[in-house]
Design a protein around this ligand. Structure first.
Ligand SMILES: Nc1nc2c(c(=O)[nH]1)N[C@H]1C(S)=C(S)[C@@H](COP(=O)(O)OP(=O)(O)OC[C@H]3O[C@@H](n4cnc5c(=O)[nH]c(N)nc54)[C@H](O)[C@@H]3O)O[C@H]1N2
Ligand SMILES: Nc1nc2c(c(=O)[nH]1)N[C@H]1C(S)=C(S)[C@@H](COP(=O)(O)OP(=O)(O)OC[C@H]3O[C@@H](n4cnc5c(=O)[nH]c(N)nc54)[C@H](O)[C@@H]3O)O[C@H]1N2
Ligand SMILES: [Mo]
Length: 848
């Protein structure tokens, strides 16, 4: 980011939420970069940017789509980059139909299942099976022409009418981005959960990716799209996932009925005939299975592939809670998570837990998820009664990050080692120790079992050495993740990188993308040379996956001939003398593949990559403007309104993302949207966010007097205009009501909230921090913003839409007990909301 000439921060309050990373924005600024903040609110980020552009929450695809349209219609795209490195020239199947043809849907939609069959989105192929192309880009079915037609509607006027951004402001943004792209200059985008927490969150990021590819801003210094990662190692917990649908290193979890055999699975993940590094998925998976099941994983049993669980559907946290409410779940482990406060529809979360037989909470403090049974909101409302509650709750104290050693992986995919600073007090232990001991006990209980379903547990490699205090060694685990040779003279040697991994059982590795972090038997993540050493990319600080590469796809930083696009932006290039790629980073390419190499595509794998195929993980080696597969809700991003919206979709008749995941239940009602009867009952937009002084659901900040004192009370931010409209007083109380709950908050009247003119009427947005919860143990408590939110999810990643909802606001405190329930019910009945509201069949969604 420090190398960017323009930075657009959109969907994040970077200065307050990512202050360490923000130093690179400051550095870019000091070197003359333009920094723009696009956000519904004016924040401390906006305060240090060149320009703040207020936007209506949930409308970013229109703004980004209009930038794409601007770049295409004004011929501002980076022609050589786009032609050589993207799929612009590739032809799409004759069967494909765009949202332009189908009123906002793509071809392949099944209204019954609400899922797309993506088979019509594929490339057209020639007799040899290679994608057909038209290098002139004139063919109407080239990706380039499809893109042009798809985004033609996304005009500055559309931006004004949907986002509430006037054309002069749009013009400023478009000029800044395009003037700072090309050979000599690069623009970078940064986003966080302002983009992701929507019913089409993944598509927000895709829209930015298309724009950045058109402008040639991918794989180059100062380019890219920074996914500002949240919790300390949230990147690490997707790399080695706590997610239900992935295995380490982004290998998907097998699906029942589709991936029944190892062969079926591997053909889907990375067939041997496709180009690029996913063709070696067999080496990554077999090495993982060897790391987990050791000698029990053999060629004869397909490396114990059958020990892996199979997915029968989405099993995310919200599905789990629905399962609890339906009495389908008996027990629950909450480890480092406070869903009673932090998850959407808090009441559902708490009531779900009240259906459990047992609940284990491991945390630093007695958080609300461990105390809802004695002093939660449902005790106050009379919906739950402590005496009658049958859930047995176990609280186990956890060691904090300073009380244990290990790695954090941050936004740049950089693993950094932390040493233990102090020993944990009392009974507090680390997650590592807890799981090793839990595993030991379960395995002891199962010892001697002949039940085949116990084999995966009994056959696990579970031999963690402990020190004289009985504590396990986290470096041993890092080495296990790194992987090692199992056979031959090198047996036991740590592998130096993922290209050493094999599919014949001769290597083990717990996460292929981390292979090399313990290369040479040295903890590379602990490297801490001041300023990262002499190299421009600070390569001697920590270790970045994969292969210690600091910028992904960096072969694109040179032109098709391997020459840097410009002196100013040189990064990785082809050295004709040495016959290899060299430069300021570990080249993200086959090291000796010459720029003009055109190997036979039939070779498959890395061998098939042409010298100008920088996107080495893609089966065609190209950056995808159009995604023929992989995104379940469409090959091109399209604007849909949030689940709850005061605006009718101005782009298409289809109001909401047709493939979104809904939970039509009485305890999860949606507000009617514009054009539906009752929409005026919840007339305002609310959005939720963080404060500098608190952390997420508050477990690490509301228990600290120093921080609690700085932000003691739940509040809402409203504009002076909305305050006048509703009679709200600065520092007074307000009650905010959604179809799920009513909460109270102190009022902060501020110009930082801007009423927006959208589609001819004023949209007021209310800002709500989400750090408070109801309970008696924290230093400060208060109503939770998440009680207001409903659960509707993005279909790609199952994230909740917590950045845009509908509500009413009125002065004064909320009622208590039964009266509170009556207030919520009175609003619900006035709005006419039923479980079908907002969840109707696709045909009904279309208004004429
Ligand atoms: N001090 C502090 N730092 C934190 C955290 C914390 O709790 N406290 N939490 C950490 C975690 S877990 C995370 S995930 C990150 C999150 O980092 P951020 O995403 O930067 O944090 P949020 O405050 O949720 O900010 C999202 C921003 O998006 C804006 N926004 C809301 N809706 C929209 C929209 O539709 N479009 C656009 N363009 N903007 C929108 C909000 O006004 C807000 O300013 O922060 C991390 N850092
Ligand atoms: N409305 C709304 N809701 C949101 C968001 C939003 O923007 N708006 N953001 C979402 C996001 S991005 C996130 S990440 C979630 C966060 O939601 P949660 O993860 O549910 O909330 P946290 O408060 O971060 O919970 C982390 C807990 O871990 C404990 N802890 C800290 N260190 C350790 C440890 O080493 N071991 C153990 N066992 N416990 C530890 C802390 O005390 C804390 O209670 O909230 C989500 N919810
Ligand atoms: Mo997060």
């Amino acid at each position: 980011m420090a190398n960017a000439d323009c930075i657009v921060i959109q969907g994040s309050n970077m200065a307050e939420c990512h202050p360490v990373g923000f130093q690179w924005v400051e550095e870019a600024k000091a070197r003359g970069a333009v920094v723009i903040h696009v956000d519904p609110r004016f924040t401390r980020t906006s305060a240090v940017c060149d320009k703040h552009i207020p936007i209506r929450a949930g409308s970013d695809v229109v703004l980004l789509g209009a930038l794409i349209n601007h770049v295409l219609t004004h011929d501002l795209w980076f022609r050589e980059y786009v032609l050589a490195y993207t799929n612009a020239a590739t032809l799409v199947s004759e069967d494909f139909r765009d949202t332009e043809d189908l009123g906002g849907l793509f071809s392949g939609f099944d209204p019954q299942t609400r899922q797309y069959d993506p088979s019509s989105w594929t490339y057209e192929r020639d007799e040899a099976g290679a994608p057909s192309t038209d290098e002139t880009l004139q063919h109407p079915r080239t990706v380039f022409q499809i893109l042009k037609r798809h985004y033609a509607r996304y005009t500055p006027e559309m931006v004004r009418d949907v986002c509430g951004i006037d054309p002069a402001m749009f013009d400023y943004l478009a000029r800044a981005v395009t003037a700072n792209s090309g050979r000599e200059r690069t623009t970078c985008f940064a986003y966080a959960v302002g983009w992701t927490q929507h019913t089409l969150g993944a598509q927000y990021i895709r829209t930015a990716a298309i724009l950045q590819l058109l402008l040639g801003n991918v794989g180059r210094p100062g380019g890219g799209i920074m996914a500002l990662r949240g919790h300390a190692s949230i990147q690490g917990s997707t790399d080695i996932p706590t997610l239900y649908d992935m295995l380490p290193g982004y290998l998907p979890m097998p699906k029942a009925g589709r991936d029944d055999t190892l062969r079926q699975y591997l053909d889907r993940v990375g067939s041997k005939s496709q180009k690029g590094f996913w063709a070696n998925a067999d080496a990554y998976l077999v090495s993982l299975l060897k790391a987990w099941w050791g000698d029990a994983a053999t060629a004869d049993n397909d490396w114990a592939y059958h020990y892996l669980p199979r997915l029968t559907g989405p099993h995310g946290t919200y599905q789990a809670v629905t399962g609890m409410l339906n009495d389908e779940v008996e027990g629950y482990f909450l480890l480092g998570q406070n869903p009673a406060v932090g998850s959407a529809n808090g009441r559902q979360q708490r009531l779900g837990m009240s259906h459990l037989k047992w609940l284990v909470v491991r945390d630093l403090n007695l958080i609300e998820s461990a105390t809802w049974w004695k002093d939660g909101p449902e005790i106050a409302s009379g919906e739950l009664c402590t005496q009658d509650n049958e859930t047995e709750v176990f609280f186990l104290p956890a060691a904090s990050h300073v009380e244990k050693a290990g790695t954090f992986t941050q936004t740049q995919r950089l693993l950094q080692w932390r040493h233990q600073a102090v020993a944990p007090p009392g009974d507090c232990i680390s997650e590592l120790e807890f799981f090793i001991k839990l595993g030991n006990r379960i395995r002891a209980r199962l010892a001697g079992s002949t039940d085949p379903r116990d084999r995966p547990l009994l056959d696990l490699v579970w031999d963690y050495p402990v020190d004289e205090h009985g504590d396990p060694d986290p470096e041993f685990v890092l080495a296990e993740i790194n992987g090692h040779q199992l056979a031959g003279p090198d047996a036991g040697r740590c592998v130096s990188g993922f290209t050493e991994l094999r599919a014949d059982g001769s290597t083990a590795a717990g996460c292929w993308i981390y292979a090399g972090v313990y290369g040479g038997g040295i903890n590379q993540a602990a490297r801490r040379v001041p300023r990262g050493g002499p190299s421009p990319n600070q390569s001697e600080w920590g270790w970045a996956w994969p292969a210690d590469r600091r910028i992904l796809y960096n072969r694109a930083s040179a032109d098709p001939d391997g020459v840097p696009w410009s002196e100013r932006k040189r990064y990785v290039w082809w050295d004709e003398q040495l016959r290899r790629w060299v430069g300021n980073d570990v080249p993200d390419f086959v090291i000796d593949r010459a720029p003009n190499a055109r190997p036979d595509p039939a070779l498959g794998g890395p061998d098939a990559l042409a010298g100008d195929d920088p996107f080495v993980m893609q089966p065609d080696g190209k950056g995808w403007l159009f995604a023929p597969k992989g995104v379940v809700d469409g090959p091109l991003p399209t604007h849909y309104e949030p689940q709850e919206s005061p605006i009718a979709n101005a782009v298409y008749r289809q109001q909401r993302n047709p493939a979104r995941i809904t939970f039509p239940r009485k305890d999860n009602l949606s507000a009617p949207s514009a054009g539906e009867p009752g929409a005026d009952v919840y007339p305002y937009v609310f959005t939720t966010y963080r404060l500098t002084e608190h952390h997420t659901a508050g477990g690490m900040s509301r228990w600290l007097p120093y921080l609690a004192e700085l932000q003691p009370e739940m509040f809402c931010e409203v504009s002076p205009a909305l305050a006048a409209e509703r009679g709200l007083e600065n520092f007074g109380w307000a009650t905010i009501i959604s179809p799920r709950a009513a909460i109270e908050a102190r009022v902060l009247v501020t110009d930082r909230m801007t009423p927006l003119m959208v589609g001819g009427h004023t949209v007021h947005q209310i800002g709500l921090p989400y750090h408070w919860g109801v309970g008696g143990d924290a230093v400060v408590s208060g109503d939770a913003a998440n009680d207001l939110l409903g659960v509707t999810l993005d279909p790609n990643v199952q994230i909740q839409e917590s950045k845009a909802g509908s509500c009413d606001i009125r002065p004064g405190r909320r009622p208590h007990g039964e009266e509170l329930l009556r207030l919520i019910a009175e609003y619900q009945s006035r709005s006419g909301a039923t479980p079908e509201t907002g969840n109707a069949d696709i045909d009904l969604e279309r208004r004429d």
